[in-house]
Design a protein around this ligand. Structure first.
Ligand code: PRX
Length: 631
């Protein structure tokens, strides 16, 4: 294993090297892995075509690097430590050897069920070790995994399955989340009513809920595993073969299947994991994300396993059986590195110190946050009450599309600053641009955050729609990847992400498209048009504010609000429920018909006086009407 960057001076040196000669820099990193054939070419790229290729000609398998290569030295070390939702259920420690065996067996299960290299396989599972096994087995046989977060609705699941024409769906009878049991197989059944590409559904028994098993199509995980051979050699993959698809919201209603390829993602997740968290051998690392999100892919599974770490996986929720659950797990397992989201920090802070005090958190060396800007208050609480001012906080900025952490301090090595993601990782060349795309140089400036040069883990396409990939990320500003985020650079060149500048809302750290929510609400028979905006919410970061126009004046507004939220739960998932719904007779639009969200946002924020320029509105009287409704 390569050494971590250990001092600020070393960081600066590495950063300079990575910018002056990126290819040499990344080639050095690539040498740390097992390749079955060496690459011919390190990098070729053309942002105007959205084409990026790293280590072409190379052949490898990422699971050989996650599992096989560790067996000799750390085969008996715990690879995954799993904590059940219910505290009375025993946790599980799975060694690298055991994980390797299970992955090989499940790879054979997939093959026995018709899976081939290049097939897309959808995974809709609870946070149990079998989810990790399923993901790695796909990678081992060269199938492309598409994990769908198990909080999504049947409709969202079937849309995602159909978009990638998945041939297999892997799910479970149900999932435990706090006190609830989520009927994953029933939801899958509903989804599979409209997914003709799915030929097989592999079902894990988890909750022992009563479910229907459709003959031929549905098989039990445990029965298949009994029949499976224990040996499974790796499928030889090309560097640029796709590893996975992961859906994220965009500015239209249709989610984007972000596609990542193997070699670059592997090199970057390992490098960033070790350096950002300053992982050292023997550390117990816990990331509380779900594997259904990119954070789980890169920093529960691939990054830690590639580094030979012990990675924890938690099935439950932070508030069950009470709000001390995270802190209890940290004490019980002597967690050294803890990575979570600002929304969780704020929610737990609000519950009070009586849930924190009983626990010994002295094992913690490093804390991390991800997913949205962390506010000053939450940062200080995390630092003082959880880290005892003794554990550096890494504020990691990145995206589903970037594959790995892009801007972050390196724990205890480079300086941190509350609410700032701080400095780019080696190999990452951020820049700020104005609305015309001119680069804004110097310090103490604000702009739109772009990246000027390719990095190995960047997304390669949107599944089945390269044109959309190009338009979304590379057309806004010439020769740059556009992140969709606003950002400022302080007097010392440190970056602070200020939030999205497009139609994506980050709610409790989840990425939601306003268009996606609007089109779901519009399906209600009494709804004629909707506009969604975000507003500051003390726990969720952003709350969802819906302005809704009805065909007929609603008789019972509260009943309609409930129906709208039920619809959102069904169409998108519970995370998309609106916090506030205001019934209006019209929306403020420009003469060209564009909704002026800026005004709606201000009103949602409680501002009714300084609404800015309203002269381009078709009918400024509408604003007065809406203002009256909220007063
Ligand atoms: O707006 C930024 C915000 O989350 C967006 C990416 O969301 P997603 O693709 O779901 O990935 C989340 C996990 C990597 C970004 O465009 N974001 C993420 N991390 C931070 C952040 N905003 C501020 N600070 C962060 N540390």
């Amino acid at each position: 294993m390569e050494k971590n960057i250990a001092t600020f001076e070393e960081y600066k040196k590495e950063y300079d090297k990575s910018v002056t000669n990126p290819e040499v820099f990344w080639e050095e990193k690539a040498r740390n892995f097992i390749w079955r054939r060496k690459w011919d070419n390190i990098l070729s790229w053309d942002f105007t075509k959205a084409e990026i290729k790293w280590f072409e000609g190379g052949k490898l398998n990422i699971t050989e690097n996650c599992l096989d290569r560790h067996l000799e030295k750390i085969g008996n070390q715990t690879a995954i430590k799993w904590i059940a939702n219910n505290p009375s259920e025993k946790s599980k420690s799975i060694s690298y050897k055991e994980l390797h065996l299970e992955v090989c067996k499940f790879s054979n299960v997939l093959k026995n069920n018709g899976a081939k290299k290049g097939d897309r396989i959808c995974i809709y599972m609870p946070m149990v070790p079998e989810l990790a096994i399923a993901v790695l087995a796909c990678a081992r046989i060269g199938a492309i995994h598409s994990v769908v977060f198990a909080g999504f609705s049947a409709k969202s699941l079937s849309d995602r399955i159909n978009d990638a024409s998945c041939t297999i769906l892997i799910t479970a009878d149900g999932s435990f989340r706090g006190e609830k049991v989520i009927p994953l197989k029933n939801i899958s059944d509903e989804a599979m009513d409209s997914t003709p590409s799915v030929k097989r559904c592999i079902v894990l028994e988890r909750t022992k809920s009563k479910i229907n098993m459709q003959k031929i199509r549905d098989v039990w995980w445990h029965n298949e595993m009994k029949k499976a051979d224990e040996d499974c050699s790796i499928e030889m993959m090309n560097s640029e073969d796709p590893l996975f698809i992961l859906y994220t919201s965009g500015s239209t209603g249709k989610p984007k299947g972000i596609q990542h390829s193997i070699a670059g993602y592997m090199i970057y997740t390992e490098f960033s994991f070790r350096n950002v968290f300053q992982y050292s051998e023997g550390d117990i690392y816990w990331c509380t994300a779900d594997i259904g999100w990119i954070t789980g892919h890169s920093y529960i599974l691939y990054g830690p396993l590639l580094s030979g770490a012990t990675t924890m996986m938690f099935e439950g929720v932070p508030s069950y059986p009470d709000s001390g659950r995270f802190w209890k797990i940290i004490e019980d397992n002597n967690v050294n590195i803890f990575y979570t989201a600002p929304t969780a920090i704020r929610a737990l802070e609000a519950k009070g110190m009586e849930f924190v005090k009983p626990y010994d958190l002295s094992s913690l060396k490093v804390l991390g946050t991800v997913g949205e800007p962390i506010n000053e208050d939450a940062w200080h609480w995390y630092n003082k009450e959880i880290g005892n001012r003794n554990a550096p906080i890494v504020d990691t900025w990145w995206q589903t599309e970037t594959g790995g952490i892009m801007i972050s301090n390196l724990a205890g090595v480079t300086p941190g600053k509350p609410t700032f993601a701080t400095l780019p990782l080696p190999g990452i060349q951020p820049c700020l641009v104005d609305e015309q795309g001119n680069e804004i140089k110097g310090n103490s400036v604000k702009g739109r955050l772009c990246i000027k040069y390719p990095w190995p883990a960047m997304a390669r396409s949107i599944y089945g729609n390269h044109e959309r990939f190009k338009n979304t990320y590379f057309n806004a500003f010439k020769n740059k990847y556009f992140t969709g985020d606003g950002c400022l650079r302080d007097e010392n060149g440190m970056y602070r992400i200020t939030g999205r500048v497009d139609d994506v809302l980050i709610v409790s750290g989840h990425n939601l498209g306003t268009a996606e929510i609007e089109s779901a609400i519009d399906q209600h028979k009494n709804v004629c048009e909707t506009a969604i905006v975000g507003y500051p919410h003390p726990i969720k970061g952003n709350g969802i504010y819906a302005y809704v126009i009805c065909h007929k004046k609603p008789k019972n507004k509260d009943a309609l609000r409930i129906e709208i939220n039920e619809l959102l739960t069904k169409e998108v998932g519970p995370i998309a429920k609106a916090d506030k719904i205001l019934f209006v007779s019209c929306l403020p639009k420009t003469r060209s018909g564009k909704i002026m969200r800026r005004i709606l946002r201000k009103i949602a924020e409680g501002e009714t006086e300084n609404l800015g320029d309203t002269s381009t509105l078709l009918d400024p009287a509408i604003v007065e009407e809406i203002k009256k409704l909220v007063q």
